[in-house]
Design a protein around this ligand. Structure first.
Ligand code: ADP
Ligand code: MG
Length: 218
């Protein structure tokens, strides 16, 4: 079996950000004691997440705390998380802008043994596994392919605007899908990339989680 390497959350978000995929604002601290250094910059509400190569499914392990409203609450949360994850050695804390959206989407890329690099798109968040409402296309993805992916999932009705929910900016989703395709073509060593969720509301489209699996160390 080929050994796998995984980026931690901070590296994965920095990577997609660098490649032009919009992310929610974030700050990083390695320990509670460093919080003072970013204090002046912070805006609330915030979400705190563990960033570690050892913790992949963060919320399953209690590594995501949402809707933190004050600096005191933030301090208490990080203290609690440091105890909960005391066994994890490479951890950092990602403090992330809390984003309120209408829909959560997933975009990703993987290397199929037969088809080669493919791009994936669908309904994200906790519903990804429940509904399996995802679609795949070969790379390199064209603009038409990307629009086609959007219109081929069942949740497309939600993207078109639904019962008072404004339509989602599809150009922004298309741009993300094209960027994922470019990343899969440019970086042979990326085995898998998962951006889930991308939280959307009208024109606001922001990725809040990314997982990148590599076939070699970095
Ligand atoms: P994981 O997938 O590893 O459990 P996520 O970072 O995806 O961790 O967080 C789990 C869920 O928490 C997301 O699917 C989303 O519903 C919610 N969430 C995460 N980050 C934010 C954020 N910045 N704003 C609002 N909700 C968030
Ligand atoms: Mg996630």
């Amino acid at each position: 079996m080929v050994k796998e390497f995984i980026m931690d959350l901070v590296d994965a978000l920095n990577f997609i950000n660098k490649h032009g995929i919009p992310t929610a604002r974030y700050w990083v601290v390695s320990k509670l004691g460093d919080l003072d250094k970013v204090k002046a910059d912070l805006t609330f509400p915030l979400v705190v997440k563990i960033s570690s190569r050892e913790v992949v499914h963060k919320s399953d392990l209690g590594g995501v705390v949402t809707d933190i409203r004050t600096y005191d609450e933030l301090k208490r949360t990080i203290k609690m998380l440091e105890e909960r994850f005391s066994h994890v050695s490479d951890k950092k804390w990602l403090l992330q802008e809390m984003v309120r959206g209408d829909i959560e989407l997933i975009a990703g890329g993987l290397r199929d043994e037969v088809f080669g690099p493919v791009v994936m798109f669908g309904l994200g968040g906790v519903f990804t596994e429940v509904y399996g409402d995802v679609t795949f296309r070969l790379t390199p993805l064209t603009i038409d392919d990307a629009y086609n992916m959007i219109s081929s999932i069942k949740a497309r009705v939600l993207l078109d605007g639904y019962r008072g929910i404004p339509p989602i900016n599809k150009e922004k989703i298309v741009s993300i899908l094209l960027k994922v395709s470019e990343i899969m073509s440019s970086y042979e060593e990326i085995k898998e990339i998962d951006i889930n969720p991308i939280i959307c509301k009208g024109d606001m489209v922001k990725a809040v989680d990314a997982r990148i699996v590599l076939s070699k160390g970095y």
